[in-house]
Structure formats: structure tokens, C-alpha cells
Ligand binder design. Structure first.
Ligand code: UDP
Ligand code: MG
Length: 319
């Protein structure tokens, strides 16, 4: 059976780039079909994330002209992550595998060949990873790579330099649908599925046309979402700070007592300083403890699947 491959492409106000991208994707798909790599009922699906320009009209025209193009229209703009999630979930059960990529084709569509290869070798998830960030400004590279490191330190397992260019098998999508949370940072959530996965390296290019739909504000919001949706470590940080401040107060107390008995004190100052640190420390500690429970409630509220079975070896199932 030949691979039925779908592409899921979120689009927000992409009228400048869409016709061009569609043409390039069509050519790529034709080559893949002619080469016997994907089946002829594979599809390229554009997900309109509530665009205000003519993006949806373009998608309708593409669909009318070529049956290879499909469209999904979101009821309103909910942001890239939600649009992509919505698209992936809508495509569940329709294809053998779905590859997500951006409408501006910054991700190298020739990496699709390698992704297909890995899929054929049994991978359920194939992550596209940027081989270099040479084209990025120093600021962007520094902040982006630093961010990935911080995320990993906080216990969120993200793939270094991977964004949202990835292949997911239908099996992976099915398991992913068991994650019910609403604060989503896909690149941190997908690795939680587990299953056999691998990476494929590619060179990230400039946007084909139009401008970035990710201004600094949205970028920061996404970065913050990544940390707060995947980790409760910031809450633990409060507890630790509280304990440290309290320890400082005890240190001060000992120091001042020694000074007092050796007769070097100024009346009143020592007790004030010690109590400020002691009270401050205890308050932070109390907030931290509240935070610890809040964190637990937060994680419970997400109702993530507690386990995902990859394989079962049993004579019962083999009959
Ligand atoms: N996008 C979206 N909804 C939004 C913002 C962006 O669906 O609210 C899509 C956009 O059309 C593109 C992808 O997300 O396909 C990535 O956006 P962009 O290329 O502008 O981000 P950048 O590459 O500049 O980080
Ligand atoms: Mg882009």
C-alpha cells in the first residue's frame, strides 16, 4: 500500500504568498506521486485561521481547480498553534501520515522525502530540525537557542531547533487527541506522545513573500506559553527563594547575637533587619507552598493521558 500523505498548512492573511506556495507544493506533490512515493489520493490541506484578506477565496479557487488542494476554515483567528491543532485533529483518520508546515515555505519542502523515508522505516513522528541558524540575526539566534535550553532545564522536553515542521503518523495523531489541554505549545506536547521518532535536518529559508505573522509580541506570548503550559518550575522557584531568604535571616540572627555578646551592636537595628528577612522569607515560602498545590491542580486539570501503550505482545492478539 502506498503512503497516503496529507500536508497541513495553517494560513493567516497569506494572500501574497499562497498562490506561489501552492504552485511549488503542487509540483512537489506531482513529483512524489510520479515517483511512487505517495498515493494519488494524497492531499495538500490549507487551514485558514480566520484571515481578513482573500486567503480563503484563494483556497476555494485552488480547491476548485485541483482536487489535490483541500481547505479547512477556522471560525475566527485563534493563532497558529490552535489553527494547526484544529487542522491536525480534523485530518485524523484520513491519511496514513500528516506533515505540518508553514504557508510561507520557509521550511524546505525537499525534506519531505527524508520524512517519508523515516516513516517507511517505522517512525511515527519525524521532527524537522534546522541545521543552522546562520541566516538569523545574532539576537534571534541567541534568544531562540537560549530559550530551548531554558525550556529543557525546566523539564519540558523540546527538540532543539525544531519548530512545527514535522510528520505525524495517524497513530501519533490518534494518541495526541488524548491530550485535552487548551494551553498548547505543540513542539513541547508532541514529544510527550513518545513512540518511535527521529529527526530530519533542513536549511530554513527566507519567507517567499508577504511579512511575518509572528511579530515580537506574539513570539513572546508563544515563548511564555511554552514555559507556563509545560512546567510548574516557576512556582517551585518561589518556594526556593523563600527558603533562601529565611536561611539568610537565621544567618543574620547568629551574626548579630555574636556581635551583641562581644558588645558591638547599635540598638534596634539588628532585630529589625532579622525580622524583615525572616518574615519576607516565611511569606515567600507560604506562597511557594500554595504554588506547589496550585501547580498540582494545574497539571491535574490538563487531564493528560497517564500512559500510552506502544506495543502489546500477546498470543491473544495474534490470532
Ligand atoms: N499563522 C496562523 N495564525 C496566526 C499567525 C500565523 O495560522 O495567527 C500561520 C502563518 O500563516 C504561517 C505560520 O503560522 O503559515 C507561521 O507564521 P510566520 O511564517 O508568519 O511566522 P515566522 O516564520 O515569521 O516565525
Ligand atoms: Mg515564516
Amino acid at each position: 500500500m502506498m503512503l497516503k500523505l496529507y500536508l497541513a498548512i495553517p494560513c493567516y492573511n497569506e494572500q501574497e504568498v499562497l498562490p506561489d506556495s501552492a504552485e511549488k507544493l503542487l509540483r512537489k506533490y506531482r513529483t512524489l506521486m510520479d515517483g511512487g512515493k505517495i498515493s494519488s489520493d494524497s492531499r495538500i490541506v490549507f487551514i485558514d485561521d480566520g484571515s481578513r484578506d482573500s486567503t480563503w477565496e484563494i483556497i476555494e479557487k485552488l480547491h476548485a481547480a485541483e482536487k489535490i488542494f483541500d481547505g479547512i476554515k477556522m471560525s475566527r483567528n485563534r493563532g497558529h498553534q490552535n489553527a494547526l491543532l484544529g487542522g491536525l485533529m480534523a485530518l485524523r483518520g484520513r491519511a496514513d501520515a500528516v506533515i505540518s508546515l508553514d504557508a510561507d515555505l520557509q521550511d524546505d519542502i525537499n525534506a519531505i522525502d527524508l520524512m517519508i523515508e523515516k516513516y517507511e522505516q517505522g517512525c511515527d513522528i519525524v521532527y524537522g530540525v534546522r541545521s543552522s541558524r546562520e541566516k538569523d540575526s545574532f539576537f534571534k539566534r541567541f534568544t531562540a537557542e537560549g530559550y530551548y535550553k531554558i525550556l529543557n532545564k525546566m523539564g519540558a522536553k523540546v527538540i532543539f531547533n525544531h519548530a512545527d515542521f514535522r510528520l505525524m503518523s495517524d497513530r501519533a495523531l490518534e494518541e495526541f487527541s488524548k491530550f485535552h489541554e487548551v494551553n498548547i505549545f505543540l513542539r513541547g506536547l508532541v514529544p510527550m506522545i513518545g513512540l518511535k521518532s527521529d529527526i530530519v535536518e533542513y536549511e530554513r529559508k527566507e519567507r517567499l513573500a508577504g511579512e511575518s505573522k509572528y511579530p515580537l509580541k506574539k513570539m513572546l506570548a508563544l515563548a511564555w506559553e511554552g514555559i507556563t503550559s509545560l512546567s510548574v518550575k516557576p512556582l517551585r522557584f518561589i518556594t526556593v527563594t523563600g527558603i533562601c531568604a529565611f536561611l539568610v535571616s537565621i544567618g543574620m540572627l547568629i551574626y548579630f547575637l555574636v556581635r551583641f555578646f562581644t558588645g558591638h551592636t547599635v540598638a534596634g537595628w539588628a532585630s529589625l533587619a532579622v525580622s524583615i528577612w525572616a518574615l519576607g522569607g516565611l511569606q515567600l515560602l507560604a506562597m511557594g507552598i500554595l504554588g506547589e498545590y496550585l501547580g498540582k491542580i494545574y497539571l491535574e486539570a490538563k487531564q493528560r493521558p497517564r500512559f500510552i501503550v506502544e506495543k502489546i505482545l500477546s498470543d491473544e492478539d495474534e490470532k
